[in-house]
Design a protein around this ligand. Structure first.
Ligand code: FAD
Ligand code: UDP
Length: 387
């Protein structure tokens, strides 16, 4: 087998690197532990209802990056879907992200934008200086009463970590608006792949210079594309967990995993929306996804629907790592791992993606950072090897 580059992980980061390297004339082997390509963005058709279900939780594509938008459109068209989310608090349903509608419903008021801003500023007055963590950031953005209603308990369920130990960026992802606009994302481009994620992601790997090896763990030394076989011989782009690559030498980094409880219900519409969050601590799940609502343009049967309840917990050995927790302790471990990552570069191994960099990356960010890595590919690919 002739291989110029080994890509570990067939997620969006790995597939982008592989496709771009193949287009530049390299023969690429992609290995993935799972039995399908596409990483966490993979979706499947529910056999009973025909409804497309995102296997690893709802994946909404959005970007303002022109290069990424042009790139993804080579492989798929996108629907006109715009993401909107509601949340249940105290037995009532409110719109998210926090906007003038949420605020006026919560305070039983009819404030205009300026009055609402003044109210929130008063309710955030306890804070001095730059917000240093998730709690301070959230209170500075929406004031304490809205924080306690919509963020505190949801965040406790999602992270089981003191919000004062969580980085402010986790909450900065959500816009706060002093209008009635309840679109979840601010980006210029948004939509879902017209014929589904599986079709999109499979097309990326469908290249004569790419071979995909599923059910293959790179860190398991027992095959021709394992770390032991290729390290130092062929350049590698590794997108698996950085701590696992180094045998947890500096301790395991904290991850959250999710349990997805899928149910088919004999009704045409369960909740009237794609995502309903549960803000309060009295229900143990964070949200319910109802997948038919992601594709209103499709002709799904009207008497069945698929819902998925999402629960979050700390990832143990063998669990899929989904969200980096990023406590101060994790961050200091990460710095130590980054030194090892630098050293591995000399053996032709580059790290990337959500797991390889221990960073929360949306799909468009993973693709953008993979395109940047490909810009420097010549530096990584010194010569051509054969394994
Ligand atoms: P991944 O998709 O995780 O791919 C990594 C791959 O590496 C996996 O397939 C894994 O099996 C493989 N691998 C790991 N270790 C090994 C090994 N030792 N050997 C072989 N293979 C290995 N982004 C959005 O833009 N919008 C959303 O709405 C959104 N929702 C999300 C919801 C959830 C619950 C999660 C977890 C993520 C969400 N994302 C969303 C982020 C999106 O999933 C990531 O941006 C994307 O998956 C990043 O791709 P990646 O290639 O870095 O990682
Ligand atoms: N969040 C919250 N309440 C909500 C929605 C989000 O407190 O109703 C917080 C929570 O800490 C979450 C973060 O905002 O982890 C980011 O939310 P997002 O919806 O982007 O989370 P994801 O879809 O990535 O799980």
């Amino acid at each position: 087998m002739r291989v110029d580059l080994v890509v570990v992980g067939a997620g969006l980061f790995g597939l982008t690197v592989a496709e771009q390297a193949a287009e530049r004339g390299l023969d690429v082997a992609v290995v993935d532990r799972r039995d399908h390509p596409g990483g966490n963005a993979w979706s499947e058709t529910d056999p009973e209802t025909g409804i497309e279900v995102h296997r690893y939780g709802a994946h909404l594509f959005h970007t303002s990056n022109e290069r990424v938008w042009e790139y993804v459109n080579r492989f798929t068209g996108f629907t006109a879907y715009q993401h909107r989310v509601w949340t249940v608090h105290g037995g009532e349903v409110y719109p998210l992200p926090i906007n003038l509608g949420t605020l006026n419903q919560f305070f039983r008021s009819n404030h205009g934008p300026d009055e609402a801003r003044r109210l929130v500023a008063e309710q955030a007055a306890e804070l001095m200086g730059e917000p240093r963590n998730l709690e301070e950031k959230a209170v500075s953005l929406i004031g304490r009463p809205l924080y306690e209603a919509f963020i505190r308990d949801y965040t406790a369920k999602q992270w089981q970590t003191d919000p004062r130990d969580l980085p402010a960026e986790v909450i900065s992802r959500l816009p706060v608006r002093y209008t009635y606009d309840n679109r979840y994302f601010n980006d210029r481009y948004e939509g879902l792949p017209t014929d589904g994620y599986a079709a999109w992601l499979s097309r990326m790997a469908d290249h004569p210079r790419i071979s995909v090896h599923l059910g293959t763990d790179f860190l398991d030394g027992d095959h021709a594309l394992s770390r032991d076989a290729v390290r130092g011989q062929v350049p590698v782009v590794y997108t698996g967990p950085v701590d696992r690559y180094f045998g947890d030498a500096h301790g395991a980094l904290g991850w959250r995993t999710l349990d997805f409880e899928r149910e088919v219900l004999p009704v045409g519409d369960f909740q009237g929306a794609p995502v309903m969050n549960y803000a309060d601590g009295d229900v143990d799940f964070t949200r319910i996804l109802e997948f038919r609502h992601f594709h209103p343009e499709r002709d799904y049967r009207a008497d069945r629907t698929v819902i998925v309840r999402e629960r979050s917990r700390s990832a143990g050995p063998g669990d899929e790592p989904y969200y980096p927790v990023n406590t101060p302790e994790d961050r200091s471990r990460l710095l130590a791992y980054r030194e090892l990552v630098e050293q591995e570069r000399a053996s032709g191994v580059a790290f990337g993606g959500r797991l390889g960099t221990y960073q929360y990356l949306d799909m468009h960010m993973a693709i953008a950072s993979a395109l940047r890595l490909v810009d420097d590919l010549d530096e990584l690919v010194h010569g051509r090897g054969t394994v």
